[in-house]
Each structure stands twice: as C-alpha cells, then as structure tokens.
Design a protein around this ligand. Structure first.
Ligand code: F0G
Length: 491
C-alpha cells in the first residue's frame, strides 16, 4: 500500500517529498513540518463512510479482526501508509465514547442533545495519545526502529511507554523535572521506559530529544512526538469516530484543548481529506482552547491575526514573537500541566486547520479550567484539567454568542480524570497532595521491577550519557548550550 503514500513538506515553496520508509523529524531541505500525502486515485477508498460500520461485527481474532477492533485501524483505508497489515502495532486503542451530555448541557443552558463529550481518556493508557502512538509505532516497526523517544507533559510519555513495552522496543521519555502529574509519571515508570527528568520545561525537553534524534544518529532514536507526521495520521480517527457516532453527520463545532497543537492539526487534515474524497458534506467549525498561561496560539491567531493563507503564513511574525519570549525568559505556566507549552511545534499545521475549519482560538484561566473540570466530573464521567479547557472554552464562546445554545458541539476530553488526582483532591479539600509528597521521607525502591527516574541537567552530553551513549558520539558538536543544530524552521 505504501507506494501510494509519501511524506511531503508542508511549505508549498519547497514541497520536497520523501518515501514513507524514511524516518524524518522535519523536511531536510527547509526544516518545515511534514505531512503524509496519499495518491487516492491508486488506493481503494470507500464510496461512503457507512462502509466502515461492518467492522463492528468483524472485529475479533486474526490480523484483520484485530485491526477491525481498533478504533483507529477500522478506518485503515483513510490512513494507508503501511506496507502490509503485519506492520500494524495495535493494542485495542480508540474504542472511545461520544456521550450526549444532557446534564452538563442543562448547566450551560444548552438545548438537550446539543452538547457531546468525546471521551478520549477511555483509551488504554488513559489519553487520546494512543490514537497517534499506534500509527507512529506502526511506522517505527516498518522502518525497523529499536529505540523510541519523546518529550512529554506526561500523556505522550505514558502512551509511548505502554506501546514500547508491548511492541518490544526500548522507550525513552524526556519530562520536565516536577512538571508532570504523578499519574502520568507512574505510568512511564511502570511500563518500563527510561525516564529522564530534565532540569527544564517541556520546550527544553522537546528541543533536546529532537536534537538527539537528528544530531546523534548513533543513539538510534526514533522520535515519537507529534512532529512525527505518522502520529497525526492516527489522531485523525478521533474525528472519524465522532462522525460515526453521529450517523456520519458533522457537528456544528469541535472544541479541543491546544498544547503542542498536534490534535487540532490532525482534525483539520482529517476533514480536508474527507471533503476531497467526497465523503463529507459539511466541515464543522473548530475552536482551539489555550490555557492563558500557555497561550501562544491565542496571541498569534486572535491578537496578531496570524493566518494560513495561500498555503503559507508569516514566519517572521512567529520568529519575532519567540524572540520576545526568549528575551523575557518566558516560561509557560498553567495548572493544566498537559498543555503547559510555550512553543507549540505544530503551530503551522494548527493555522492550516483553523483555515480549513473556519476556526477560532480562545484562552481560559486556570480558575475557569478547574471549574469546568469539576462540572464534567459532576455531570459527566470526568476528565483531567487540560481536557476541561475545551468545556471552559465552550462556556466562553456561549457567553460571547459565537456558539449558540442550539448548535451541536463536540468537546474533546483528551485525558482521563485519574491522570491528575492531586488537582481534584485539592479542589475538593484544599489539601495540596503534591506538596505533601515533596516532603515525604524517601526510601530506596526495592521492588524487583523498580524503574527509577533519572535526573539530568538540560545538557546534551549529560543526556547522551544518561541514555547509555558517550560524549564521543557528539563529534565536537555543541555541549553546553540549549540551541540545536537541527534545521528547524518556524514554518
Ligand atoms: N490534553 C491532554 C490531556 C494532553 O496531554 C495534551 C498534550 C493536550 C490536550 C494537547 O494536545 O499537544 O495535540 O495540542 N499532551 C502532550 C504530551 C504535549 O506530552 O502528553 P496537543
């Protein structure tokens, strides 16, 4: 199948293409992000989305039955980048629920049936990331990767660690020291990933892991962050499931929290492709919700009016924005640790998605996130703080009359409530369990499978050593500084 698919630079002026059997974190020529492109005329595309429904009855054992069980691969004709079905790495991800949330709708003065919550926290590792990991691991298996890595605010690391263990690859996760919730840290440790706690934030972790993936090839790192275009192919399926649950009717709005902006980017691509294939009548509108302490997209899109136009955008505006951030030593801060990101790598693709889906961006405060999270728990099945940004954003859009109470709205709840119980307990009792944990006496872990996190400075040499490499692998490259030699354009 894969010869009808390629990787293509999203910068139209460059437009370089690469074979799907190559492993890239960016376009080699210009540093822009890559997309997976399909020559649909050479692929067996269903005539109607209802084609996919038969797979509810064919799910089961054997390769096809196993793929039909997955909420990602039962739509495999819409992400046909793999060579053979044997490449597919699946653990039964994506069997998630679109709940008609009438109790919550009533609280928001919305009409019955108009508010729907897409519970991506019901994935095996408890977040939407599993949709993307299954696709990226499929590609990793295709190219024979042995060691996979990511930077993470927690959920990507949990998902990577789970898939790596089951696919028998070595998982390495880079997390900001003290930056991720205990639920997510516990998953990375439990599933056996080498867990590097870097002295820095998510942006620093991502810069380092990209640097190692490109600059230190001897480490053999396959990068699993959402700069990996295969991951986003899997995340398109969240939208297919929303449509499926609605009898293939689009809602009026899709509202999603924005962090590194991979999810909204994937949604835009999903709808653009369905439209191109004649499989969808109406594209819903998109609302991406930032936390106000991590609001780069909001500032650029709503305040500076940065737009994706004629397949391009003003890269200088972004460079200037980041230069000001650097000068002021800006660091993102929000209670919604999953979306505490200042330099979202998928910014260009998010701008493109906003153009495809006639989107808006809003920011919400930590207080608004906490109230919305409590409401989803009280009148739904619960979610982690970052996920509730979507509902907090909806409340704002209703107040502004951008969304009307009778429109059909799908809020994506990206992570499970139990990912971050500290926030919940603090909300209800006032007790900050995290500070209690910090003071707790420490003992040597002695379990047979104990997997301690490793504290590392934000320093390339130290990180390479912690991963079992040696400084000779750096070939005299930058040792102390934070800047990478990776050609990463802000495109
Ligand atoms: N919600 C949750 C629960 C997340 O974990 C993330 C991202 C987002 C929303 C934002 O999604 O990045 O596609 O815009 N978490 C990443 C991580 C960054 O490392 O787990 P996005």
């Amino acid at each position: 199948m894969s010869d009808a698919a390629c990787q293509q630079c999203i910068n139209k002026q460059c437009g370089a293409t690469y074979c799907v059997s190559e492993t890239k974190v960016a376009c080699t020529k210009c540093g822009s992000l890559l997309d997976i492109k399909y020559d649909w005329s050479r692929l067996p595309v269903p005539k109607d989305m209802s084609f996919f429904e038969h797979r509810w009855s064919t799910k089961g054992t054997g390769t096809e039955g196993r793929d039909d069980f997955s909420g990602v691969w039962r739509f495999r004709e819409l992400l046909p980048f793999y060579r053979t079905p044997d490449d597919i790495v699946t653990i039964g991800e994506g069997r998630t629920v679109l709940q008609t949330a009438d109790l919550l709708a009533r609280q928001l003065n919305m009409k019955s049936g108009s508010l729907l919550l897409q519970y991506e926290g019901l994935n095996p590792s408890g977040s939407f990331k599993d949709n993307g990991m299954t696709a990226a691991f499929t590609h990793a298996r295709m190219v024979g990767a042995k060691r996979v890595a990511c930077a993470s605010t927690g959920n990507t690391s949990a998902s990577l660690a789970m898939f790596a263990s089951l696919a028998e690859m070595r998982g390495v996760v880079f997390i900001g020291s003290g930056k991720i919730s205990f639920g997510k840290l516990s998953q990375a440790l439990d599933y056996g990933a080498l867990t590097l706690q870097i002295q820095g934030d998510f942006d620093a972790c991502l810069r380092r892991v990209r640097q190692i993936a490109v600059d230190v090839p001897q480490m053999g790192i396959y990068l699993m962050n959402s700069v990996n275009p295969f991951r986003l192919e899997g995340q398109k399926s969240i939208m297919y499931r929303v449509l499926e649950a609605r009898g293939w009717e689009s809602p009026d709005w899709v509202i999603v929290p924005g962090g590194n902006l991979g999810n909204c980017a994937a949604f835009g691509k999903a709808f653009a492709e369905l439209k191109e294939l004649g499989l969808l009548k109406k594209i819903p509108r998109l609302a991406v919700i930032n936390a106000s302490g991590a609001n780069t997209l909001y500032r650029l899109f709503e305040q500076q009016k940065l737009r994706w136009k004629d397949d391009a955008y003003d890269t200088t505006a972004v460079q200037k924005y980041y230069a000001v951030m650097d000068e002021s030593n800006y660091e993102a801060h929000t209670i919604a640790s999953a979306i505490e990101i200042g330099r979202p790598v998928n910014l260009p693709k998010a701008l493109r998605a906003l153009a495809i889906m006639d989107g808006v961006v809003r920011e919400v405060s930590d207080e608004e996130i906490l109230e919305a999270r409590a409401m989803v728990a009280r009148w739904g099945f619960g979610c982690e703080p970052a996920s509730a940004a979507s509902v907090a954003g909806l409340m704002k859009l209703l107040a502004e009359q951008v969304v009307s109470p009778s429109e059909t709205v799908v809020c994506i709840l990206t992570g499970h409530e139990l990912k971050d119980p500290n926030v919940t307990v603090k909300y209800h009792t006032g007790v900050d369990m995290k500070s209690v944990q910090d003071l707790a006496p420490r003992t040597e872990p002695h379990g047979r499978l104990a997997n301690r996190p490793v504290q590392v400075e934000d320093n390339l040499e130290a990180i390479v050593r912690a991963m079992g490499g040696n400084p000779g692998m750096l070939g005299g490259r930058e040792i102390q500084g934070a800047r990478s030699s990776v050609p990463i354009a802000e495109y």
